[in-house]
Design a protein around this ligand. Structure first.
Ligand SMILES: [Zn+2]
Length: 531
């Protein structure tokens, strides 16, 4: 039986950016967009061009995603024409494949917040959708507060949705903006909507204020909606949006959905889900939720005892799905086959050829486990993992030795009597039997160390001239008996390639030094620098 297509729309970069404490840079947004693309998401909503410089810049260039790259914005303001609304003009100019407008669909909001008439609200929807369609864009309309609006005045809420559909919107998205709707209500209301607008054009955008955003999304699909909007790890304002990381495996692995529907995420892409989820957390500098469904470290962990012995006989006894389907692993077996296959997959990904029975793989796995136990995070630091693997396999030359470094921090009055804090680093490096000493001042100790380290590497200098440190993140970990510091450094080279390295130590400068060293050595390896 042919399965129906369900579409996934990710708004991590727009709604997810409303999360308290989350602040995406342009680089973050590009990295996450790429990650979503690799995962097989159909629509990536990048942001709100014109609302802030980052989003304006994001939409200034064609980002060349396989997904439908979508810009978000308001419908034309009441009382203006589409040609005389700068916000709308910016949106229409954005380099995006699709435009997602947001409009009111609750008459109470139209009166009180927008201070206009229901008729003008409908006209604004029609005009804006029409203008974007005329520009050749695929158009979506987010109907804000749709479920509350429907409860208050079903005719008007439906009229807003219908106005968008009739004006050529590909999708009419029903939003539970304050997150208060319950699954049975969502199912009933979506059931009414699809009598007026075909379900293949209806989407659901649920917030998690009663912790049912995922359930509400699935209820909408049961009732006929065919697009689900959500975010990675349920990021979003207040209690967050519908969590795509929970929705995707449910759609792929639960027969009720898997038998009826097809999504853009392949089985192979599903296996990268846990990795994508953890990578996002690392980028946000927050600890992944160990108890997250499907992808959490504890999602398939079983304490020793009767459960464990039953699981060893047959995992299906205690697991609702197989952890490797989502790239997670069972935490129980001592000889960790899943860990081994993860490592093998990673080695293949980075192009290191090795026989799968080679004893060095077990050694590498042991080293990774040991180091992760003391705080290293290799899921987030791809370049450090690659170096570690190459080292265990004996494939990293000793390019240079740092014989000694010294970092000083001094607070003093400068020439014009201002109190300043200055950092000075001195690095003594041995390259090819020759000792080189470099010193540099920086805005902080790590910056000074980075500058001094990269100032003179003798014959290798040419390889690292284009190297640039683009992000620096610190986390204090309370593992074991004492606190240690984990530093993640993101670097970039002249070709635009980016990589992340990690260092761990009780001392923040030492942790930073490890991550800086890994970054430089990684660059030399990648450039094929001679030993
Ligand atoms: Zn929202």
């Amino acid at each position: 039986m042919a399965r129906e297509r369900l579409y996934l729309f990710d708004t991590t970069l727009r709604d997810g950016a409303q999360t308290n404490g989350v602040d995406f840079t342009l680089g973050d947004k590009l990295t996450i967009a790429k990650m979503l693309d690799d995962l097989g998401i159909d629509y990536v909503e990048g942001g709100y061009p014109g609302a802030n410089p980052t989003d304006t810049q994001l939409f200034a260039e064609d980002r060349k995603l396989a997904a439908t790259f979508t810009a978000f914005g308001m419908t034309r303001r009441p009382g203006r024409s589409t040609s005389n609304d700068p916000g709308l003009a910016a949106l229409l100019e954005a380099k995006a494949d699709a435009i997602c407008f947001v409009a009111k669909s609750w008459d109470y909001h139209v009166r009180v917040a927008l201070e206009t008439t229901p008729e003008e609200n409908l006209a604004s929807i029609r005009d804006s959708v029409g203008a974007a369609v005329a520009k050749g864009r695929e158009v979506l309309l987010d109907c804000e507060h749709f479920f509350d609006g429907y409860k208050a005045n079903p005719q008007f809420a439906l009229a807003c949705a219908k106005a968008a559909y009739d004006a050529g919107a590909r999708w009419v998205v029903l939003c539970d903006t304050n997150g208060g709707a319950l699954p049975h209500e969502v199912e009933a209301i979506v059931g009414e909507v699809v009598k007026v607008i075909p379900g293949a054009h209806v989407g659901i955008h649920a917030h998690n204020d009663t912790e049912q955003a995922v359930a509400n999304s699935l209820a909408a699909v049961r009732a006929g909606a065919r697009q689900i909007q959500g975010t990675l790890n349920g990021l979003g304002e207040r209690c967050g949006n519908a969590n795509l990381v929970s929705i995707i495996p449910t759609l792929k692995l639960k027969a009720e959905f898997a038998d009826r529907f097809e999504i853009g995420v392949s089985d192979a892409q599903l296996k990268s889900l846990a990795h994508a989820s953890h990578t996002l957390d690392e980028m946000l500098n927050r600890a992944p939720n160990r108890h997250a469904p499907y992808v959490g470290e504890s999602a398939f962990a079983t304490k020793a005892g009767i459960h464990a012995s039953a699981i060893m006989k047959d995992p299906a006894t205690y697991e609702h799905v197989s952890p490797d389907r989502v790239g997670n692993r069972r935490k129980l077996l001592v000889s960790d086959q899943a860990g081994r296959s993860n490592v093998l997959a990673e080695l293949e990904r980075i192009g290191l050829k090795i026989d799968k029975d080679d004893a060095r793989i077990s050694r590498l796995l042991d080293v990774v486990k040991e180091r992760e136990a003391i705080g290293y995070a290799y899921e987030a630091a791809d370049a450090s993992f690659e170096l570690l693997a190459r080292r265990v396999l004996g494939k990293v030359p000793d390019y240079f030795d740092v014989e000694k470094f010294d970092v000083n921090i001094e607070q003093r009055d400068n020439a014009v009597g201002q109190r300043v804090t200055v950092s000075l680093a001195v690095v003594k490096v041995k390259v090819d039997g020759e000792t080189l000493i470099s010193a540099a001042e920086g805005i902080g100790p790590v910056n000074a160390l980075d500058l001094a380290l990269r100032k003179d590497l003798g014959k290798y200098q040419g390889y690292i001239n284009g190297l640039e440190l683009t992000d620096y993140r610190v986390r204090i970990l309370n593992g074991g008996t004492e606190a240690v510091t984990r530093v993640l450094i993101e670097s970039q080279d002249e070709s635009g390639e980016r990589w992340t390295t990690v260092g761990v130590s009780p001392n923040i400068i030492d942790a930073s030094f490890q991550a800086l060293m890994d970054s430089i050595v990684y660059k030399l390896v990648r450039s094929g620098a001679p030993a």
